[in-house]
Design a protein around this ligand. Sequence first.
Ligand code: AQP
Length: 340
Amino acid sequence: MGETKHTPRVFSGIQPSGNLTLGNYLGAVKRFVEMQNSGIETIYCMVDLHAITVWQDPETLRHNTRELAAAYIACGLDPAKSILFNQSQVSAHAELGWVFSCVARLGWMNRMTQFKDKAGKNAEKTSLGLYAYPSLMAADILAYHATHVPVGEDQKQHVELTRDIANKFNHDFKVDFFPEPEPIIDGAATRVMSLRDGTKKMSKSDPSDLSRINMTDDTDTIAKKIRKAKTDPEPLPDNLDDLAGRPEARNLINIYAALDGKTPEQVMACVAGQQFGQFKPALADLAVAHLAPITEEMTRLMADVTEIDRVLGKGADRAAAIAEPILAQTYDIVGMVRSR
Ligand code: AQP
């Protein structure tokens, strides 16, 4: 991790919008666990306020938030080591998000590709919250003076915007208060692609369930989805350069590498010459070996939601103890009277 004068602290989050995917696991949660186990202070959130930027059924949202907490823990996040909580329980996020909405410029927001992708042709009908999403995300990170943010490739632009917001705030108020956090995007699976279209990101909200592997899929479903994954009739070559123009094949190699803790080059060396009929069952076995114990543990944890809620409440108390003083100092810097 790069140099910074602020104490290193990691923050990241995932929306509890259901269907946690293999992309979320490899691009985010698996790396959250590695960072937790590296000894650095780690704070991981279920960003429920972000989830409501698109319609969420209230009961489903509650279920999905608890299920995401169960997934975090089942994947190896330990509430005794990392601070785990849901965003709406710490009001500093929403408050600082407002301040940052007043710092960020419309021109900056207009450049956000995720908004353009998600809003599509229907921008007039999307919520104001979806548009303002990146300033709330900046608040999530900066409410903890976090210095490092592990994310998938698709979130890089939002972390860069967070840096711009921190920088403008410091400049406008002539302070050196907020750090400029670094996105941490590494490993073989920074952008896991759809199993149906190798040019599209694997996403929770893709209408096709066959496009993604969900963390709650059973063994047969995982094997079926990999068997049905779009590929081409060519055998696998022995080097990555020869995969150019074969995005589906490249994606499956990347997934294999990330699951197996290898580089894509190492995987290519082992699978050279194989047809997909041989490679896909090996990939399915590897995916099941990784995901089945996680799914089983999620099911066990979800049998006791009272315990999950207790963990989230305790995590929120610990998070608030860090974020509230930072918010209070922000209000002082901005010029708010605080008399209670
Ligand atoms: N396909 C992916 N490959 C690698 N990383 C990914 N992430 C998401 N998809 C992939 C990473 O997962 C984290 C949480 O993402 P999020 O829930 O905040 O929202 P998102 O990026 O918009 O993810 P989805 O799955 O596409 O959700 P929906 O469909 O609800 O919008 C982030 O670190 C992200 O980079």
